[in-house]
Design a protein around this ligand. Structure first.
Ligand SMILES: Nc1ncnc2c1ncn2[C@@H]1O[C@H](COP(=O)(O)OP(=O)(O)OP(=O)(O)O)[C@@H](O)[C@H]1O
Ligand SMILES: Nc1nc2c(c(=O)[nH]1)N=C(CO)CN2
Length: 166
């Protein structure tokens, strides 16, 4: 059964509630076993800047779902949390990204894994580093620790860590 890492992000209040609710929905899926959840990280928006700050976390899960079925489940949970897609990279009640699906590299129209922007995102790499620092990321052939070390120093200064989710 592959271990997967899934990233959650939210920048519309109540942000912490959206993360809690999303984890609850993932925990209720019969084919997904949530194993560990990172701390919550707060950071300024990356990309489209004129929007509120984000809360992000990453969780680790075992799953029997094939990648596309896992993506469907992630998108269903996004919908349940009421996300309305407007501006690309813009505000959202919940964004769910599949960061890693075991050691697989996937290039499909609807799904690219490892997530194609993970290596430039402190809000993905820092929570992932908490959970699996020595994991070798397929495609980059670098560990999570090495990818974190390559982030610009300011990206590590402008991100705030809070206690792990219960
Ligand atoms: N690894 C992945 N995880 C989740 N969605 C993915 C992934 N790879 C490709 N996608 C596709 O990306 C599409 C757009 O996703 P979304 O609207 O969440 O982008 P975004 O959140 O604005 O940007 P980003 O993907 O950089 O977080 C989704 O419909 C999905 O099919
Ligand atoms: N800090 C932060 N910035 C972002 C995020 C996010 O989750 N956190 N998600 C984005 C689009 O997916 C764009 N910018």
């Amino acid at each position: 059964m592959p271990i997967v890492y899934i990233a959650l992000g939210t920048n519309l209040e109540p942000r912490a509630t959206h993360l809690e609710k999303a984890l609850e929905l993932f925990r209720s899926l019969p084919d997904v076993e949530v194993k560990r959840v990172s701390s919550i990280y707060e950071s300024k928006p990356v990309g489209y800047l004129d929007q509120p700050d984000f809360l992000n976390l990453v969780f680790e899960a075992d799953t029997d779902l094939l990648p596309m079925d896992l993506l469907d489940s992630c998108q269903n949970i996004e919908q349940e949390l009421g996300r309305v897609r407007t501006i690309r990279f813009g505000p959202r009640t919940l964004d769910v990204d599949i960061v890693l699906y075991g050691v697989e590299s996937i290039e499909e129209e609807r799904l690219t894994v490892p997530h194609p922007r993970m290596q430039e995102r402190s809000f993905v790499l820092l929570p992932l580093q908490e959970l699996n620092p020595e994991f070798v990321v397929p495609g980059w052939n670098k560990t999570v620790n090495e990818l974190v070390a390559e982030l610009p120093p300011e990206d590590l200064e402008e991100i705030w860590k809070y206690a792990p989710e219960a």
